[in-house]
Each structure stands twice: as C-alpha cells, then as structure tokens.
Design a protein around this ligand. Structure first.
Ligand code: 13P
Length: 334
C-alpha cells in the first residue's frame, strides 16, 4: 500500500501539472449554478462536471480531478463513469470524503470538519469506484482570539485520522487545512496562524504514522485578509508562504498543492509563479477550484452550444497555471 500511495502522490504533483478541484457539495454547486443562471438540477451538475472533465488536452496540465460523491456515481454522456473517462484520459480521479463543517461545540466561532464515522467503509467503496486519491478540508478562521488551541488541535486530529485511514485503504490523502482569507488581518498574522496550524497538523500526522511521501498537503497561500486595505505583491506572498512551509514540513512530503481560497484567478496564478523562484524540497503546484472553474461556468452558463467556450476558458486557466509551475527549482535541503 505504501509504495502504491507514493507512486500516485508523485503523479499528482508531477512537473508542470496540478489538480483541478471540482468537488463542490451538492448545495454549494447548486448555489453556484443558480448564480450563473443555470437551473441547479442533478443533470446540470453532471453536465457541468462533464464539460470540465472532457476538456480537450486537459491532461497536459492536470494530473487529477477531485469530485464529490454525486459525480463519482454519475456517468458521462457516452455511458462511461467519470472515473473511467478520466483514467482513459490519463487523469487521476479523486473524491472529497469529508461531509462538511459544523459549528464546534464548546468553541464559539470555530468549526470542525465531519466525516470520520464509517470512513473506512466509504473509502473501500470509493476505491472500487475508481478513486485514486481523496480530500478532506479543515477550515480555520482568523479572528481577534481565533483560532483557539483546541480548535486547531481538533481539526488537525481529524485530518490525521482521515489521512491514516486513506493510506490504509491505498488512497492518497490530500490534507487541506485552509486558513480563510476572510477578515481584516495582515499577511504577517496569516503567516503566524498558518504556521501554527501546520505545526499541529504535521505533529498529528506523525502521531498517526501517516507517510509524508504518500500524501499531498493542500494549504492556503499566505496572504493578507480580503478586507485588509493593501494588497501584497506576488513576491511578498511567495516569500512568506515558502518560508512558512520550509519551517514546518518534512523534506519527504510528496508535494504541496495550493487552494486558491477566493483570490482572483490571475492573482493566484501570479503568486504560484513567484513561488517557483524559491528552492524547496517538494514541488509547489495548484489544486485550485474557483481560480480554474469560475471562468468556465460563466462562459458556459448552461447553454449546450457554449460547452466549447466553457472548455476553452478552463483550458486557458489550466495552461497559465501549468506554465507558472514549470519554472520551479527543486533541491534537497537539510
Ligand atoms: P478554491 O481553490 O476555490 O479555494 O477551492 C479549492 C478546494 O478544493 C476547497 O476545498
């Protein structure tokens, strides 16, 4: 199992490639379709994911796509499952296995991510449905007194239990501790909180014997809060983000694939490109959702005749991000 996970994890972060996050829950996806003027039906959620997954040339810049439970059980128009269609195109199918966040009792203002009960059984089924990797997202909010130690610890603990269960099932875990951009905090404060969260996550992963070489970390970039008055440059974001990661992560981690977190698409790409000038022992790539797919959804808008327009909008963002990560330098440190 260990070497299989290592091989898949290396494929997920292969040079010049990143991951496409298309795993919005039914509720979130329906809301986004509605905003784009598309009826939020099961068929439209399926059709939209088919548009993304069958984009010509997608495998040139995308190593894997994350789906939600609904999509993994749906079929492409030609009758193949999404997982089979991706595998034929040389793209790894992934599955979001957390069941979402809920207010954490005893910790006002903080959430805990659920989905551990019965996880081993669900992972076994997802493996049969063709999933090669999984995702679990923990959400950390920055506030005056937030996050609390208990909130960080509880979320790190859940991430580690999930990751250990994945590796036991032969599925590569994407470990996603997201520190939200919401708020007025500075870049420096985001750096402090993100590094604190990463310390807790790495300690829990080690405690549960998770193999770093058989997993991918999906962190936020270190940026100021969305309501902070100034915008930092890509070089400032890159320096803070890479220095933070270097201070915490083990050298044998398979790779780092960033979420976009609500940044404008071009900013996320520019930040990712600037990071490649820094030397790190692991590849730094993308696992973007909104920064890849928003343009595709807008261009398509539910019109069958505009599927090619949606696909070329996605292809353009994928090409820009693949280009960004091609500049990377990699060294062994320590
Ligand atoms: P964003 O890139 O839109 O933040 O989404 C990534 C993701 O998978 C969130 O869980």
């Amino acid at each position: 199992m260990t070497s299989a996970c290592r091989q898949v994890a290396a494929r997920m972060v292969a040079p010049g490639k990143g991951i496409l996050a298309a795993d919005e829950s039914i509720g979130t996806m329906s809301m986004r379709l509605g905003k784009a003027g598309v009826e939020p039906s099961e068929e439209n959620r399926r059709g939209y994911r088919e548009l993304l997954a069958t984009t010509p040339g997608l495998a040139d810049g995308v190593s894997g796509i994350i789906f939600c439970d609904e999509t993994l059980r749906q079929r492409l128009s030609d009758g193949r499952t999404f997982a089979d269609g991706l595998a034929a195109a040389g793209i790894l199918p992934g599955i979001k296995v957390d069941t979402g966040t809920t207010a954490c009792p005893g910790l006002p203002g903080e959430t805990i991510t659920e989905g551990l009960d019965g996880l081993a059984g669900r992972l076994a089924e997802y493996a049969q449905l063709g999933a090669a990797f999984a995702k679990w997202r923990a959400v950390i909010r920055i506030g005056d007194d937030l996050p609390s130690e208990a909130g960080v610890r509880a979320n790190a603990h859940a991430l580690a239990r999930y990751a250990a269960a994945c590796q036991q099932a032969g599925i590569v875990p994407i470990v996603e501790p997201e520190v939200l951009m919401d708020g007025t905090h500075s870049l420096r404060r985001c750096a402090q909180v993100t590094t604190r969260v990463h310390h807790a996550v790495i300690a829990e992963l080690a405690a549960f014997s998770v193999d770093p070489a058989g997993m991918v970390l999906k962190p936020n970039m270190i940026v100021e809060g969305a309501s902070y008055p100034e915008r930092s440059t890509p070089e400032q974001v890159a320096e803070a983000t890479v220095n933070g990661l270097l201070s915490v992560l083990p050298n044998d981690l398979a790779g780092v694939a960033f979420l976009s977190g609500g940044q404008p698409a071009e900013r996320a790409t520019a930040n990712l490109a600037a990071m490649q000038a820094h030397r790190t022992p692991w590849p730094l790539t993308f696992s973007f959702g909104r920064a890849l797919v928003n343009v595709a959804l807008t261009a398509w808008a539910g019109d069958a005749g505009r599927v090619p327009a949606g696909q070329s909008a996605l292809a353009e963002r994928v090409a820009a991000n693949a280009e960004a990560v091609r500049g990377r330098q990699r060294v062994q440190t320590g």
